[in-house]
Design a protein around this ligand. Structure first.
Ligand code: F6P
Length: 469
């Protein structure tokens, strides 16, 4: 991460009656937050991130700031709240009044008109789903985007989006640096799937889990009301099954949760069909939750040709809910042993399109404020995020290096398996392989990792990172 170093000014918050009485309101420049809080007592210091929050000095004078906000990628509850709070934070905390909304994602920088954003314009938007700015996938033309930033005299860029968007933000930041522009580039991570690494949880995730309960409840009511009823609910989760896992744990009505990280099979001993038969014999009904990216290997190509991608470069998925529903129906019809009644519910886009709930609203508000404080203090090239309960500035490359996934050899998945009593669908060989693929679960670093952790954390607090003790 880089601090844009120009002349500094006193932070206007020091005269704000709301904040001036708060003891130690300003964050010390050297405050950091560790990425790992559970560590062995002898392990090295590890990676730390700069703590987010207002600084004593700012690098922009209020009337010099010309900010812009863009939302990219799929929808997620809370987008409007983040937009609202960036605008209100800039305006009310720092007296910034020149704020532009970029229409329709990255391509809006060069292909569309901008929208003027004021506290009045955004006053009520947090009560609505979607994004008032519109969004799109792709459209990342680095040169055209930075030209547009430069031509419009924008010096703070707030980019709200998922992993592809944050990668794009990193490229924009590099280009801005190469051109030597005094522009802060700040990412706000958005993913309903909760698949962005490092951060505790992404905004909108809680709302999605909560809203998923309505679909699961409906599936349960339907299944319970009829002999051998099966309710099957598809939830979002392209590569990561967090929504499905948490929605299952929250509900307790789910008998089986299927996620992309945990391969499963249908036929034979230990397979899904056998489990369905068993559960129906025991209880007379059951609920299955399936994440959209689960079981893709079991589906035929007839709905969606393989290798088709969306504009963000994500592989287009088959509708696993529809396919698996049909396969289950066909199986039991063929068997002629037990007649089943299966109802399939797909609430995915309904979940994604709602406004954020109260806890996500708070989450979005604090993220937006952290973003504003960081940009005003002259930090750039980072994403704001909650790490171990603290707001931090995370260099783009840390966010972009991998994807957050459910670790099926971790305690959380074990908790789920023991709450549903579903089969793990794993044979001992797979368990061994999965164990090897992950970091040691006991928090101890192996030699290789320990060596790496001692190396200067690249681009991270660089010089400011205190020496290992
Ligand atoms: O942003 C992630 C996500 O919600 C995935 O779970 C899902 O596969 C995808 O977006 C669908 O979005 P769209 O239909 O807009 O491409």
């Amino acid at each position: 991460m880089v601090v844009v170093c120009w002349q500094t000014y006193p932070n206007p918050l020091q005269d704000n009656p709301a904040y001036s009485v708060v003891k130690q309101y300003f964050v010390d420049m050297d405050d950091t937050v560790p990425q790992k809080v559970v560590v062995h007592k002898d392990s090295p210091r590890g990676v730390h991130f700069r703590r987010a929050g207002p600084r004593q000095k700012v690098y922009f004078e209020s009337d010099e700031v010309h900010a812009c906000i863009v939302t990219c990628g799929g929808l997620c509850p809370g987008l409007n709240t983040v937009i609202r709070e960036i605008v209100c934070g800039l305006y009310h905390m720092y007296g910034v009044s020149r704020i532009l909304g970029i229409d329709g994602g990255y391509r809006g920088f060069y292909a569309k008109n901008t929208v003027t954003l004021t506290p009045k314009v955004v006053n009520d938007i947090h009560k609505r789903g979607g994004t008032i700015l519109g969004t799109s996938r792709g459209g990342h033309d680095k040169s055209k985007i930075v030209d547009s930033i430069q031509d419009r005299g924008i010096n703070q860029v707030y980019i709200i989006g998922g992993d592809g968007t944050q990668k794009g933000a990193a490229v924009i930041y590099e280009e801005i640096r190469r051109r030597g522009l005094k522009v802060s580039v700040v990412g706000i991570p958005k993913t309903i799937d909760n698949d962005i690494p490092v951060i505790d949880k992404s905004f909108g995730f809680d709302t999605a889990v909560e809203e998923a309960q309505r679909a699961i409840n409906a599936a349960h009511v339907e299944a319970e009301s009829i002999e051998n009823g099966i309710g099957l609910v598809k939830l979002m989760g392209r590569y990561s099954g967090f929504i499905a896992m948490y929605a299952t744990l929250a509900s307790r009505d789910v008998d089986c949760c299927l996620i992309p990280e945990s391969p499963f099979y249908l036929e034979g001993k230990g397979g899904l069909y056998e489990f369905i038969e068993k559960r129906l014999k025991e209880n007379g009904h059951m609920v299955i939750v399936i994440a959209e990216g689960a079981g893709q290997d079991l589906l035929s190509e007839n709905l969606q040709p393989l290798d088709q991608k969306d504009a963000s470069g994500n592989k287009l998925l088959q509708d696993v809910g529809l396919c698996i529903s049909q396969k289950i129906k066909d199986h039991f019809a063929r068997q002629n042993k037990m007649s089943i009644n299966l109802k399939y519910i797909d609430p995915t886009y309904m979940i994604r399109a709602i406004p954020s709930n109260a806890s996500d609203n708070v989450n979005c508000t604090l993220l937006a404020q952290s973003a504003v404080h960081g940009a005003m203090a002259g930090f750039t090239g980072h994403t704001v995020g909650l790490v171990n309960g603290r707001h931090t500035y995370i260099p783009f490359h840390r966010i972009n290096e991998k994807q957050n996934k459910v670790v099926i050899t971790d305690r959380m998945w074990a908790r789920l398996l023991s709450s549903t009593n579903q089969p793990s669908f794993l044979d001992p060989k797979d368990i061994e392989q999965a164990k090897k693929a992950i970091e040691p679960a006991n928090g101890l670093l192996d030699d290789e990792q320990a060596k790496k952790a001692k190396e200067p954390a690249n681009g991270l607090l660089d010089d400011e990172c205190p020496e290992d003790k």
